[in-house]
Design a protein around this ligand. Structure first.
Ligand SMILES: *Cc1c(COP(=O)(O)O)cnc(C)c1O
Length: 359
């Protein structure tokens, strides 16, 4: 007894994607980014599945570390935003955390504790800003920081940066940023980390000691326009079913606000998923979904728990017909584009009330 609506999480696809992505840079180690519940796919699920292959996992902030440790994940966990509060530093050893330090305040907190032997993990990461201007220390301050924080800066400290435009393969800004970064770091540090998914695929110069990979492992292209085709397999498929059907006459409207009006006699299918499940409320009329593999088009407003589709041209739709909102046969990026967003957002927003079923 349950609503049929669910997301399947394909662990073989996840393993396949990890293998495909690792092949781009066989000599790099891979950080598997599982922030935001592994982009909605389930952080513990993903970490357990890749436990024997991943060298490290990454989350955004410390709150996301706990469930991984509770689930028995033993790899070091990189915390991409570093400690938000000084107190968090005290959990460094207990939780086996690797901090990505991005502001001087954090360098202070950690440097002091390493000096006092309160922290035994000596391999924290330092992040530099190469043009994204969001997080990271400035490259021109490198010399001074290196001299001031001697307990953090040593030849094997991982120096990292995050590229602003790696998802645009033709944008030269990425290579310029990589070269700026390397010109400051390369002589002093043997451990570097630059590449995310997009850079790992299309910017070989960015593959260094560590890559940080997220979206590609979940099977979605990091490139907005799918410019680069790679053999990734979708991990998440979002499924629902038809729970009501009706025929309406030309001139009748569908949904809240009567925003869509039938121009001819139409068959409308009501599907048991809505914006409270993470389906984007702004999905416009015409957004596709597959009814037993055949495309139907969204009509009318997305409701909290339901969607309405015009299935006039599809044969044999009935109550119980299975619906794929995105997944193996309908790319999440295709839906994202219709809605004016990216696959990342759709994936991370699939809400808690949608059960994840592992296959
Ligand atoms: C999220 C994140 C990544 C992973 O990026 P993808 O595009 O999902 O591969 C890498 N590095 C940092 C700093 C991140 O925040």
């Amino acid at each position: 007894m349950a609503r049929y609506t669910h997301a399947t999480i394909d662990l073989n696809a996840l393993k396949h994607n990890f293998m495909v992505m690792s092949r781009f840079s066989p000599s790099s180690k891979q950080v598997v980014v599982v922030k935001a519940d592994a982009y909605g796919n389930g952080a513990v699920t993903v970490a357990k599945c890749l436990q024997s292959q991943a060298d490290m996992f990454a989350v955004a902030f410390i709150d996301e570390v706990f469930e991984l440790r509770d689930a028995g994940i033993t790899q070091p966990i990189l915390v991409l935003q570093g400690p938000h509060q000084e107190q968090e530093c005290e959990l460094t050893n207990t939780l086996n955390i690797v901090w990505m330090l991005h502001v001087e305040q954090q360098l202070n907190w950690i440097n002091k504790r390493i000096r006092n032997n309160e922290i035994s993990n000596l391999h924290h990461w330092v992040k530099f800003d190469t043009g994204m201007h969001r997080l990271g220390l400035m490259l021109e301050d490198y010399g001074r920081l290196n001299a001031d924080y001697t307990h953090i800066f040593h030849p094997t400290t991982v120096m990292a940066t995050h590229l602003a435009s790696a998802d645009e393969p033709d944008n030269n800004a990425s290579l310029t940023a990589v070269n700026q970064f390397l010109s400051v770091m390369a002589d002093q540090h043997s451990c570097l980390s630059i590449a995310n998914s997009a850079a790992n695929i299309c910017l070989p110069e960015s593959a260094k000691t560590w890559n940080r990979m997220g979206i590609s492992l979940y099977g979605s292209s990091p490139f907005v326009n799918d410019e680069v085709s790679i053999s990734l397999k979708p991990v998440m498929q979002l499924n629902s079913e038809v729970i009501a059907l009706r025929e309406i006459a030309a001139g009748e409207s569908v949904g809240y606000g009567a925003t869509w009006t039938a121009s001819k006699h139409s068959v409308i299918a009501t599907v048991a998923i809505g914006y409270a499940d993470g389906y984007p409320r702004h999905a416009p009329t015409g957004t596709p979904a597959l009814f037993d593999g055949v495309v139907g088009e969204l009509v009318g407003r997305v409701s909290m728990d339901m969607l309405t589709f015009d299935v006039s041209n599809i044969e044999n739709v009935e109550i119980g017909t299975k619906v794929e909102l995105w997944g193996n046969n309908l790319a999440i990026n295709k839906i994202a584009k219709q809605v004016g967003t990216i696959g990342y957002e759709l994936m991370t927003r699939v809400s808690k009330r949608v059960p994840r079923k592992l296959i």
